[in-house]
Design a protein. Structure first.
Length: 418
């Protein structure tokens, strides 16, 4: 029952029936499903200490969650702290539901297939909307500058960028070599799902989404043909992408790119004023007309060096765990496919998120939870990863965070004067 509710939770987030079915429009179905799922999992007795101890990612997730209300408390706003805790609770609950309930290879395959179906639906929605003006479940295409049509979804996907970044990472699971033997005995099924995903992202005209598309393509080529040849493949992919509307206009002087530099610069200025705990969760555009359009800038601006270090630590720990999983030789024959798919998905998400504000959205945390779930499944066969997490790892995460902030400072300064 717990696994069923976890899957239902994901379906509600992606398909948004509460946004287009009149009888239930406006119902807080996502919140109700989240709390019901946790109650059912608790009553089933699925909470076991060893599930949470196997990966430091679980502790880091809790610490990151707490850093968000702390960012508001540091600014003396108790109401904002309560709001931050409750708002991110929906994401944290989904993360832990995946860790707890996705506890077998059969379930991990079913869960990933659900993610693939949901992303394919979003891609199909974008295709239909682009050609007809209206999507399968509503929503009208966005007309930019009176000449460029951008497909988008509904609800949390009403922005073309948000729609694209929820499709791109799932492509990693349907790429032929990663898909075969893991999710299907043949690569054909993966290809059939890949086509509407790619087309959907193209029709969003999202630059961040398109660059994420190039990233997942390069990663796949790197695994298949090697580093050197994959670079030529990446150049070919980028040349095709640059021929698409909006993409060929990317320069530091172009209006959209220029505005992003302004948003990043604003975030850096805000960070200088409150570097430790930040200006507060979701306060970036409290007195500013836009969001950061960069997930890293958003977190170090709103949660300071504390929250940003924990966010970076989550990715550092996840990629480290994936490296350890790749070294396992006692796992199932498709383990390498699982690892490659997860690495490709997270890499594509990071590339897209560099240009979008996706820090608190659920998809990246779901992918992290799947990495932890894989470890728990392997542990059932006595295959354990030896990956201590202590002061050294926190220090590395802190150094990476500081280096990232310095990099963003010089990047903005150089591009602004380019």
């Amino acid at each position: 029952m717990g696994f069923f509710l976890t899957c239902l939770y994901v379906i509600l987030i992606f398909l948004r029936p509460q946004e287009f079915i009149e009888e239930i429009k406006g119902w807080p179905l996502v919140a109700y499903t989240a709390y019901t799922s946790m109650a059912v999992v608790f009553l089933q007795g699925s909470f076991r200490a060893e599930i949470f101890k196997r990966s430091p990612t679980n502790l880091l997730m809790c610490l990151f969650w707490l850093s968000l209300p702390l960012s508001q408390m540091a600014n003396l706003w108790l109401g904002g702290a309560i709001y931050a805790f409750n708002e991110f609770a929906k994401v944290a609950i989904l993360y832990f539901l995946v860790v707890i309930t996705v506890d077998s290879w059969h379930r991990i395959k079913v869960f990933i297939w659900i993610l693939i179906f949901c992303s394919t639906f979003l891609g199909t929605q974008a295709i239909v909307q682009y050609h007809t003006g209206v999507g399968l479940v509503g929503g009208e295409a966005l007309l930019r500058d009176q000449e460029i049509l951008q497909a988008r979804g509904i609800g949390i996907f009403a922005d073309p960028n948000d729609l694209a970044i929820h499709i791109v990472p799932m492509m990693a699971f349907v790429l032929p070599a990663f898909h075969r033997r893991f999710l299907s005995p043949t690569w054909i099924t993966g290809f059939l799902f890949l086509v509407p995903m790619v087309a959907g992202v193209v029709y969003t005209r999202s630059r961040g989404g398109m660059l994420g598309l190039a990233a997942v393509g390069w990663f796949y080529l790197r695994k298949r043909v090697g580093k050197v040849t994959s670079i030529f493949g990446l150049l070919l992919i980028l040349s095709v992408i640059m021929a698409l509307p909006r993409m060929g206009e990317i320069t530091p002087e172009e209006e959209s790119a220029r505005s992003r530099l302004e948003h990043w610069g604003h975030g850096l200025e805000q960070f200088k004023q409150k570097p430790l705990f930040g200006i507060g969760y979701e306060m970036f555009n409290a007195d500013y007309s836009h969001t950061a359009h960069n997930s890293f800038v958003l977190i170090f601006t709103e949660a300071g060096i504390v929250g940003a270090t924990l966010w970076v630590a989550l990715f550092f720990c996840t990629f480290r765990d994936l490296r350890y999983l790749r070294d396992q030789w006692r796992g199932p024959p498709f383990l390498d496919n699982v690892v490659d798919s997860l690495v490709g998905a997270l890499f594509a998400w990071q590339v897209s998120a560099f240009f979008l504000s996706q820090t608190y959205k659920s998809l990246s945390f779901v992918l992290m939870a799947l990495v932890v779930a894989v470890q728990n499944i392997l542990a059932q066969d006595k295959i354990l990863l030896d990956h201590p997490w202590g002061l050294r790892e926190y220090t590395v995460s802190f150094v990476l965070t500081v280096a990232g902030i310095i990099f963003m400072h010089f990047l903005v300064m150089i591009l602004w004067n380019f």
